[in-house]
Design a protein around this ligand. Structure first.
Ligand SMILES: [Zn+2]
Length: 130
């Protein structure tokens, strides 16, 4: 029964399967969850740590802060929960909608957030807000 319940959990839809999604590394300490590789992930995605943090906080409905190069969340979270939200962040804010490459920049045009791909030149309107 338990196995079945696990399998029926919705999976993150990954439309850019060629891109290897970064995964968080960390552990639970008391009632907190510590992520130790958030800066490495931010480097890889070429996005500010604060931007990623804001998104994760809102999506996980959990306050978080940066301390000693680590990200600390104020409750127990599984890495699967965090990776799920991180994957969404990457698809929304990093990967090109057309070619799935991560070489994009975020720009503002006429008050709209635009994701511009440096590889194929595609511009897409980012609807999600942080
Ligand atoms: Zn592209």
């Amino acid at each position: 029964m338990l196995k079945k319940a696990k399998e029926s959990l919705p999976k993150v839809q990954n439309k850019c399967e060629r891109f290897e999604m970064p995964k968080v590394k960390g552990h639970v300490e008391g009632n907190r969850t510590i992520i130790i590789n958030i800066y490495a992930i931010a480097d890889l995605l070429a996005r500010p740590v604060d931007h990623i943090l804001k998104y994760l906080q809102r999506e996980l409905a959990t306050p978080g802060f940066l301390q000693d190069k680590r990200l600390v969340f104020g409750r127990k979270l599984t890495s699967a929960m965090i990776n799920d939200k991180l994957n969404k962040y990457v698809q929304i804010f990093v990967l090109c909608d057309k070619c799935c490459k991560p070489d994009t920049q975020l720009l503002e045009e006429d008050g709209k957030l635009i994701k511009k791909c440096m590889a194929c030149g595609t511009k897409s309107h980012v609807l999600a807000k942080i």
